[in-house]
Design a protein around this ligand. Structure first.
Ligand SMILES: [Mg+2]
Length: 185
């Protein structure tokens, strides 16, 4: 089968990683309990930042957020390696900005994820992911963002939402732990 994966907050725990960095940079100590209830993809509100300031903070921190030691979710790596070993085709579709695409591909490889260069797609806007996903005839696609998944509803591709605090109202097949991936299919 053909499996497509978003990267940030689907395979790797990027928001939590960024949350720790924000605490450090802003000299705060906001707890993970707060993090776990943030109802938006953006993480700046608990730090008292307005949307514009939060957007700027993210932009200024991107390099550090993307290319330091962001962990993958438990069993995500193992699951993708097993899919590859079982002969399935694996695609990555990430809307990270174009200037970070090449380094992102190398970073994700360095974490041990099975990546074929030609199966790595990057640098489109969220609402443009549909064009890539459509052209790949994926059997399954996994993403965390409602704004992405809801553009894909008309496709034959089966959609899976990676469980996060900001997507609990979505009714797609839901992946809470990567160890359960095969049960969600
Ligand atoms: Mg994502």
């Amino acid at each position: 089968m053909r499996f497509g994966f978003d990267i940030d907050d689907t395979l790797i725990d990027l928001r939590q990683h960024a949350f720790h960095l924000y605490n450090k940079k802003l000299k705060k100590n906001i707890s993970l309990d707060v993090f776990q209830t943030i109802p938006t993809v953006e993480i700046h509100a608990p730090f008292g930042l307005k949307d514009k300031e939060g957007g700027q903070m993210w932009k200024d921190s991107m390099e550090e957020i993307y290319f330091t030691n962001c962990p993958s979710f438990p069993d995500a790596l193992k699951t993708l390696k097993q899919l590859e070993a079982d002969g399935h085709e694996i695609f990555y579709i990430t809307s990270r900005p174009k200037q970070f695409c090449e380094r992102t591909r190398e970073w994700i490889k360095a974490q041990g994820f099975p990546v074929k260069d030609e199966n790595f797609f990057c640098g489109m806007a969220d609402h443009e992911k549909i064009e890539t996903i459509k052209s790949l005839y994926l059997d399954y696609y996994v993403d965390d963002k409602p704004t992405v998944l809801n553009t894909l509803l008309g496709l034959d591709t089966k959609l899976i939402v990676k469980d996060q605090s900001y997507n609990r109202l979505e009714t797609h097949r839901r992946l809470v732990h990567w160890s359960e991936f095969k049960n969600v299919l």
